[in-house]
Design a protein around this ligand. Structure first.
Ligand code: ADP
Ligand code: MG
Length: 345
C-alpha cells in the first residue's frame, strides 16, 4: 500500500506573527514524525496541498492519503482538501467534508451539542460589537474565535470581567478572525481531553488526559490560552490517565463519544471538556487533532496505554482502511441486491 502524507502550504502569509509561525512549525514536525512510523510498514511519500495535488496523487498511484490539512483560509478550510479527494475518489484518513465542517465551526457544533442533550457552555455569537448591548451578560466570559484551533485568538486577556474590556476584545478579534466571535459562559473547573478512535458504534476512548494549570505562575488565568500552550507547556501538568472516580470517568467518556457521533466524525478526533459540578461540558471537538509526537495531546494519551505513538498512527490507518473496505462491501451488496431485484420482475 502506498500512503501520501499531505499537509498545507505555509500559513504565515495569511496569519502573520507567532500564531502562524507556530502552526507551520508544528505541521513540519508532525510530517517528520509520521513519516518515520509509516515508512517502516508502507511505501510513504509526503506532499503539500497546492495546485495540481489530485493529479500528483493519481500519478503517484497513491492508495491512501494521510490527511494533515487544516487548510489556509476560509470558513470551511478543514473540508477543502477532503473535497478534492472526494471528487477524485481518493481514500483518506479522518473525517469527511461533513464532519470537519460541523466540528470546525464551534457555533454550529455547540448548537448541535445542545440539540443532542450534551452540556456545552452558553454563548453569544457576535458579528458587531453593538450587538452586545442587546444582551444581559453574566461575567466572567471567555471570548474566542468560532473557527480556529491551538488556542489561536484565546489569550490571557480573553477572560473578561466587564463590558468595556469585552467590547475592546471583541472588536480586536473581529478584525483578525472570521466572524462571529463567541462570547462564552466561563466554565470554572477541571479540564480534560478525550481521544476517540473508530467509527459509529465501534468507537473507543483513549485514557483521559487532564490538563492541570496549578503550577502556572499566579498571574496566569487558569485556562489553556495561547500563551500557556506556547510558552508554559513545561509548567503545565498533564495527568494521563486522569485521576477520576470510575463513575465520573464513564460519564466523561460517554459524553465525548456522543459528541463525536453527533458531529458525524470518522476515524479519530479529540474532545475538550471542562467538568463543573460533575457535569462534563463539551467545549469543542477537534476533528483533525495534532499528531506531533510527545507534544500533541492525543499522542500523550496513546503513550499512556499499550498503543504508543507508533500504534496510534498505524491504528488510524487501519481504521480508515477498514472503513473503506466496509463501504466497498456495502456497494457490492447493493449491486447484487439490484441484480436480484431486476430478476424478480
Ligand atoms: N467556555 C469556556 N469556559 C472555560 N474555559 C474555556 C471555555 N472555552 C474555552 N476555554 C479554554 O480555552 C481553551 C481553548 O479553547 P478551545 O475552544 O478548546 O479552542 P482551541 O480550538 O483553540 O483549542 C480550552 O482548552 C479552555 O482552557
Ligand atoms: Mg481545544
Amino acid at each position: 500500500m502506498k500512503i501520501a502524507i499531505v499537509t498545507d502550504m505555509l500559513r504565515i502569509a495569511y496569519l502573520p506573527g507567532e500564531e502562524g509561525m507556530r502552526e507551520d512549525e508544528q505541521k513540519r514536525k508532525t510530517v517528520q514524525d509520521l513519516q518515520e512510523v509509516i515508512s517502516k510498514k508502507y511505501e510513504c511519500i509526503d506532499l503539500v496541498f497546492a495546485e495540481n495535488i489530485t493529479s500528483k496523487l493519481v500519478k503517484e498511484n497513491v492508495d491512501l492519503v494521510f490527511n494533515l490539512c487544516n487548510g489556509i483560509i476560509g470558513d470551511t478550510k478543514l473540508a477543502q482538501f477532503p473535497a478534492f479527494l472526494e471528487y477524485e475518489g481518493i481514500p483518506y484518513t479522518g473525517s469527511s467534508i461533513l464532519g470537519h465542517t460541523l466540528a470546525y465551526n464551534k457555533v454550529v457544533a455547540c448548537n448541535l451539542f445542545k440539540s443532542a442533550g450534551i452540556a456545552t457552555p452558553k454563548f453569544i455569537a457576535v458579528y458587531d460589537i453593538n450587538d452586545l448591548d442587546n444582551h444581559e451578560i453574566q461575567f466572567p466570559v471567555l471570548v474566542k474565535p468560532c473557527d480556529e484551533g491551538s488556542s489561536r485568538g484565546i489569550h490571557e486577556d480573553s477572560l473578561i470581567f466587564d463590558m468595556e474590556s469585552l467590547k475592546n476584545k471583541v472588536a480586536e478579534e473581529l478584525i483578525l478572525y472570521n466572524p462571529p466571535i463567541m462570547v462564552c459562559e466561563y466554565i470554572e473547573g477541571r479540564e480534560f481531553s478525550i481521544g476517540i478512535l473508530g467509527n459509529g458504534k465501534q468507537i473507543e476512548a483513549l485514557p483521559i488526559l487532564e490538563v492541570d494549570f496549578e503550577n502556572l505562575p499566579s498571574e496566569m488565568a487558569g485556562f489553556y490560552s495561547f500563551e500557556v500552550k506556547s510558552y508554559y507547556k513545561d509548567k503545565t501538568v498533564y495527568k494521563c490517565p486522569a485521576p477520576l472516580e470510575d463513575e465520573v470517568r464513564i460519564k466523561i467518556e460517554g459524553t465525548a463519544k456522543k459528541a463525536f457521533n453527533t458531529l458525524m466524525l470518522r476515524d479519530y478526533a479529540r474532545v475538550d471538556i471542562r467538568l463543573k459540578d460533575n457535569v462534563p461540558y463539551v467545549l469543542e471537538v477537534n476533528s483533525l487533532p495534532g499528531l506531533q509526537k510527545g507534544r500533541s495531546a492525543i499522542t500523550r494519551m496513546a503513550a499512556a496505554c499499550e498503543l504508543g505513538y507508533e500504534g496510534l498512527v498505524l491504528r488510524i490507518i487501519e481504521i480508515a482502511v477498514k472503513r473503506y473496505e466496509e463501504s466497498i462491501r456495502r456497494v457490492a451488496a447493493a449491486e447484487s441486491f439490484k441484480v436480484a431485484d431486476s430478476r424478480a420482475y
